[in-house]
Design a protein around this ligand. Sequence first.
Ligand SMILES: Cc1cc2nc3c(=O)[nH]c(=O)nc-3n(C[C@H](O)[C@H](O)[C@H](O)COP(=O)(O)OP(=O)(O)OC[C@H]3O[C@@H](n4cnc5c(N)ncnc54)[C@H](O)[C@@H]3O)c2cc1C
Length: 466
Amino acid sequence: MTFVATQLLSPRPRFRTATRVAIVGAGFSGTMLALNLLEQADVEVLLIERDRQRMGAGVAYSSSESAHLLNVRAGNMSAFADKPDHFCDWLAARGLGCDAAFVTRATYGRYLREALAGAMEKYGRRLKLVDDEVLDIAERGGQVTLGLVNGGLIEADRAVLAIGNLPPHDPPAIAGAHLPSHRYIGDPWASAFEEGLEKDAPVLVIGTGLTAVDVILRLVTHGHEGPITALSRRGLRPHRHIDGLRPKPILAKPAPELSELVAWGRAESRVRDWRLVVDSIRPITQMMWASADAEKRARFLRHLRPFWDVHRHRLAPEVADRIDALVASGQLDFRAGKIADVAVEPDALAVSWRPRGGDEPVVTRAARMINCTGPQGDLLRSTDPLVKRMLSAKRIRPDALRLGLDIDRDGHVVDAKGQPSEHILAIGPMTRGDLWEVVAVPDIRIQVSALARRLVNAHWTGGEGL
Ligand SMILES: Cc1cc2nc3c(=O)[nH]c(=O)nc-3n(C[C@H](O)[C@H](O)[C@H](O)COP(=O)(O)OP(=O)(O)OC[C@H]3O[C@@H](n4cnc5c(N)ncnc54)[C@H](O)[C@@H]3O)c2cc1C
């Protein structure tokens, strides 16, 4: 009797054997999957990260710039799906407020690193941090083997790709142009792009979205005083958040199709602030995406995506104020147009671009041109060693719209023949072809918590389904 009572009162079931899960990438997605797995079951987790500086925080939250703020309110940035106040409590314990606060990304990085350090202490040898790059993953005999850059091998029951976004591609007019590396910066996340730049030199930023805003703020924070032109096809800038708005999430689809949803959104925006309308549909956007076929999704990407992005992913008011002030001072200019040609001159790049709706090309001379077209997901254009190897071994394939990895509904990667892998899964922004809205913390925390539950439940039931 005592035995049964102990079992019933036990907070977690005991599993027959410990599962070993290898997670590739220790940004928000990989780190939080690790923590969810460890919390839910008696598993062993190997968290593998190739860039030591990013362990636990990833690309977004490794920034040490005080000008880089979260673009989601602190109140909605808990790392745990089942503990909505976790981040606010963490802030409060450090004497920081939470109401409508857009804290720095560096602060959020500290929060994630502390959570990881806490897990190291709590779970001991069940959590191993591996400072290495995964070059290949093969499945054999019901297991996965991960090949590392240093020649080592890791064996596990499952491998989960949490590799984040792929670096940006060069815009078509620049691809293959062999521009000098001190003049053209192809990937701002992988470069100290402000170094060696004269403080009054002209800069051309390609892109006008969140990445462009980040880069512009970093330039001016580091003392840049020269003119900055930000150029994109439509010249659309991210809108700003407004304090004090409380969206009421809707739980049922207000319209059957994506196109009708836009019409619904426009009508609703006549009676309440459009931000409330956009934020209210968050719980149903994945559902809307799932019910749209490939053609409708492609149409959305072609016609609506740029507008969706600037309305959905907004700037903290302080950030928007700084950008507005730079525009008002004349230092920053947003333009709409398409680059036609780039010529290398002795002290600059001469960038010829055609303004939107106009015929006459404009030439902008820039001492530095920075590609801020944003993260990408097209595997076929990737130079990432792991992605290239897995593609050439036909173990992964792009999703139908080339937004990332093709996965099945449980998160397994799908191979070149359309067969889901039994042991390799993916999470985070590279799964946006399947889920669309899975690039920000509020969505990824739900994805990783659900995957952790499925992984351990699958083990509990003998591996069926996963
Ligand atoms: C600049 C920026 C700001 C953002 N701001 C916000 C925000 O304010 N709020 C919000 O909700 N969302 C924000 N986001 C969205 C953000 O993408 C997600 O919140 C989340 O950080 C994504 O994490 P990730 O772990 O999937 O990817 P990443 O953070 O990119 O982490 C992936 C990690 O995998 C590693 N890796 C890749 N390949 C290998 C390999 N082969 N071997 C070993 N390691 C590998 C990389 O080094 C990297 O550290 C922002 C994104 C960016 C880029």
